[in-house]
Design a binder for this molecule. Sequence first.
Ligand code: ZN
Ligand code: ZN
Length: 279
Amino acid sequence: MPIGIHVSISGSIDKAVDRAKELGCTTFQIFTRNPRGWKFSDLKEEDTKNFRKKLASSDLVSPLDHMPYLPNLATPEGQIYKQSVHILTAELKRSAALGIPYVVAHVGSHKGKGIAYGIKRVTDACNMALKEADNNSMILLEITAGTKNSVGSTFEHLRQIIDGIRANSRVGVCFDTCHAFAAGYDISRKEGVQRTIKLLDEIIGLERVNAVHANDSKGPLGSGLDRHEHIGLGYIGEKGFRELFSHKHFKDLPMVLETPIDGRRDDVGNIKKLKQICS
Ligand SMILES: [Zn+2]
Ligand SMILES: [Zn+2]
């Protein structure tokens, strides 16, 4: 089971591979540029080459490229929408250049315009970006925590978006455990896990679930709170993770931690904990 963490690209992007290796990861996630701004510069050719070389000679598999924070693919605001589509397109191109198969995208907020509007907006955005970035990179729609006005907090939302995407083989889902739990899917108990997996399979299809964000939840079931906790120390708990990750579909998926670093535990501690749970 590939397990990893979100690592920094500070210095140059290829250093992310070194960091993932040092932490004992078998997969990892990056932002390909500063996630807090709209502006970005092109990847340097030499850095890209080094990244690919280091990745190829490592044991790391199926890395993830996470979209920056500012884009909102469901927004009704014209200028922000245009920029968001531009950035999604750019990330699909950048990930292909780096040899990263997946771009993880937050589905976004419709800002009060309604779910149907938001779903249509995200679908159109994905269609435009996938057409413009004509390569093999896939968009993984990340399930959201169900915060007010957010699109993508139910399997049905994700299904509707997938149905509207023309390049259908280039779209999948990133299952964030914290978000799913906060959105109301009870993966803390055996029956809840079984029910969630059944729904996931019936509505989305397990073959569409290509990656996992493994985070425990600071907020209770259905709280809509997107607040990540150390593995086993939140409301999902060790039992929930053990139940979920013992399912055969989850065994080969890249699992990336986006857990906090504080006095209780660091990245190495969470990787160790997750490995122990999954073994
Ligand atoms: Zn996530
Ligand atoms: Zn989150």
